[in-house]
Design a protein around this ligand. Structure first.
Ligand code: NAD
Ligand code: DAU
Length: 356
């Protein structure tokens, strides 16, 4: 155990039986694969509704693992949450509607899953006296952050999209359950995450798959909005660290901490790694209410012994190599439902008005 966990850079003091909600998604599946790679480690039940973003192929390599089982279901199903809650001592909640643009087109599922669904899991944890509840939240809860400021955990939450408002609502409930019922809740606020198995609606996998196919890279507005980009395995290790060592009632920022990058810089990095021309960049209409900047101070999580291992250059090289090799994973996704969303979401720039 010592060998395997220190080799993965993971703490040893993790709870024994975990319910991982949303474990068939991008970051949840990375977290599950990471913990099941330990020689000795927690038993894991994944509860996932398998929405458009959930994919059992993300968990294919662990499907026969003796410490793993999968249950298809909705976190909003109180009875199911309670039944599964009775069989574990800890919940890690990744389950959410996670794409900002979809929340702008149709907020309904965000309120249902992110807010009510989190409440449903909190109730199960409270009823069964869990040892821990970890809520996977986001740096978007801080809202737009002026340069050169970095968000710290005590900053006020100022979410500005239906997605980030639903995530802020969820984590506020979690912290209220700690204050009111003494539930040992911890919250992580991760930054913009990228890597293998990410549904190709988010900037990195969208741009990589478009570039591999010689298609346009749609940059919102002037391409100047910046994000802190964190490699998925580093995010997953950060969540495991906070799960094991975080202080109940506290939130932890998990960010790369390097200079944040804007949309045009991400596009340039993708085009260079793929070997595609800059002409593929296409400016499109901006996201309504687009937050211009997120940037995190993650020293609280670092004080628990966590630090990202990959910088953006190495993480992107791995990511592009993965998407090059795994057309079998992403090509079927970029059809049907995805194309319908793409048509609804992306609009050409308005032609410039007359000048006086
Ligand atoms: P994702 O969209 O890839 O996965 C979400 C998973 O939740 C899917 O497997 C989906 O099927 C499942 N799900 C959705 N609704 C459900 C429901 N009602 N019941 C059960 N399962 C349901 O998301 P992701 O990018 O892996 O993000 C995971 C979590 O991390 C989310 O809570 C998100 O807000 C947060 N987060 C994401 C990022 C990022 O950059 N991707 C950064 C910080 C935080
Ligand atoms: O910061 C954490 C958040 O990161 C998570 O909470 C969300 O779940 C996750 O989706 C992500 O949200 P963003 O809105 O930051 O990610 P997205 O990839 O959608 O956009 C990143 C930046 O790139 C943002 O400034 C908008 C821009 N962008 C995005 C897309 C999809 C484009 O210019 N073109 C695009 O096609």
């Amino acid at each position: 155990m010592e060998g395997a966990s220190s080799q993965l850079g993971l703490p040893r003091d993790l709870p024994g039986r975990l319910l991982v909600a949303g474990g068939a998604g991008f970051i949840g599946s990375a977290f599950v694969r990471l913990l099941l790679a330990l020689d000795t480690g927690p038993e894991i039940t994944v509860l996932d509704k398998l929405t458009y973003a959930g994919n059992l192929r993300n968990l294919q390599e662990v499907e026969h693992h003796p410490r793993y089982r999968f249950v298809q279901g909705d976190i909003c199903d109180r009875e199911l949450a309670d039944r599964l809650g009775a069989e574990v001592d800890c919940i890690v909640n990744f389950a959410a509607e996670s794409h900002v643009d979809r929340s702008i087109l149709d907020p309904d599922a965000f309120i249902r899953t992110d807010v009510y669904g989190t409440y449903s899991l909190l109730e199960a944890a409270r009823r069964h006296h869990h040892r821990r509840f970890l809520q996977v939240s986001t740096d978007e809860v801080y809202g737009d952050v002026e340069a050169p400021q970095l968000s710290v955990e005590s900053d006020p939450l100022r979410p500005r999209s239906p997605y980030s408002a639903s995530k802020a609502g969820a984590e506020m409930q979690c912290l209220a359950y700690h204050a009111t019922y003494g539930l040992p809740v911890v919250v992580t606020r991760g930054s913009n995450t990228y890597g293998p198995f990410q549904y190709p609606e988010k900037i990195v996998p969208l741009f990589v798959t478009q570039a591999l196919d010689g298609g346009p890279l749609p940059v919102y507005g002037d391409g100047g909005a910046v994000r802190d980009y964190l490699y998925v395995d580093d995010h997953a290790r950060g969540i495991a660290t906070v799960l094991a060592r975080g202080e109940p009632g506290a939130a932890y920022n998990l960010g790369q901490g390097a200079e944040p990058l804007n949309g045009l810089q991400v596009a340039d990095s993708v085009l260079e790694l793929v070997g595609a021309p800059r002409e593929l960049i296409q400016h499109v209409q901006d996201r309504p209410g687009h937050d211009r900047r997120y940037a995190l101070d993650s020293s609280r999580a670092r004080s628990l012994g966590w630090a990202p291992e990959l910088d953006f250059t190495s993480g992107m090289a791995r990511t592009v190599a993965w998407y090059r090799q795994r057309r079998d994973w992403w090509e079927p996704i970029k059809s049907g439902e995805f194309l319908e969303f793409y048509r609804r979401n992306y609009r050409p720039l308005e032609p410039a008005g007359p000048t006086s």
